[in-house]
Design a protein around this ligand. Sequence first.
Ligand code: IPM
Ligand code: MN
Length: 372
Amino acid sequence: MAKYRIALMPGDGIGNDVMDAAKIVLDKIALDAEYIPADIGWEFWRTEGEALPERTLATLESCDCALFAAITSKPKEEAEAELIPELKGTGLVYRSPIVRLRQRFDLYTNLRPCKAFKGNPLNYRDDIDMVVFRENTQGLYAGVEFHPLPAEVRAALEAHSPNMAAFSGVSSDDIAVSTRIFTREGCQRIVRVAFEYAKKFGYPTVTLVEKANVIRETSGLMVREARKIAAEYPGIELWETNVDAMVMWMVKNPQDYGVLVSSNMFGDIISDLAAQLVGGLGFAASGNIGDRLAIFEPTHGSAPKYAGLYKVNPAAMLLATKLMLDWLGETETAQVLQQAIADVIAEGKARTYDMGGDSGTLDVARAVAERL
Ligand code: IPM
Ligand code: MN
């Protein structure tokens, strides 16, 4: 039996292109692993009414971790319109499979390193090294939402919040509510993971990105818990920021920041900004990490217009593979892979179109593999 069981979920669009790139590198690394392909994506939504089939969840139950590439997500009405005729009007609701995977397997940490690689012509500055920790299971993405607003929910809100008076003249049919639920434990665990990372890798600060001056209860809870946890890490300073000002500072002085921690939605937003500062989504990898299972993915989407053209940059997918190796404890191999990616970027010969080159996705993967 192989040492590791790893699920491979290419998903949609360019997901297949970049997964092929990852396979070239994994072949070369020759980990003692069994790779199990698993279904996920738009095609399964259309034909089965389920983008994340039960059989895929069962596969993941039996795996140590997974590599996931990309998936197409569309708003409610468009998703319904693309179902096969037999499934239309049956009340199926599309919810992003990756968001559901994060919740289902309690993958509460979303780790998103954004480091400027030397020689990348797309760097905003060459001295950027930010690592975003995004809470991955709660907040605005928890899916507790209403439209129309049910009478009982409305009555409860009115009974408990005087601020509901502002909406008193509006019909419940015309009110949509998306809740932002944080738990104390949810705040504590993501902040703790960020501080542990800062300690392990020698970052002097952890920057909390919230909006506690306005969103007093949820952001407020996060800030209060973060202060308690910070007290356990005397060598590391907690910087408290508001998300609006923070995006400005991230553009003005990105080199001043290291470890960032935030809730689900703000973390989603600031991690795209951080990615753009180091070359865009083509360089942004994430780890969705829980206590038992972890799923690694490039942060980019499925880019349908490039699907199957093998044109897109595989760097994010290869960096996701590197994060997976780290998580498995294969730290030396992870380091070698990161160095190979860095060397290919610095050398500048194998470059995809986003970097001004004309190499294909797999050419870049082969150039990386050759250095391993
Ligand atoms: C990400 C993506 C997802 C998210 C989408 C595809 C649901 O933007 O991983 O950042 O919002 O979390
Ligand atoms: Mn995102």
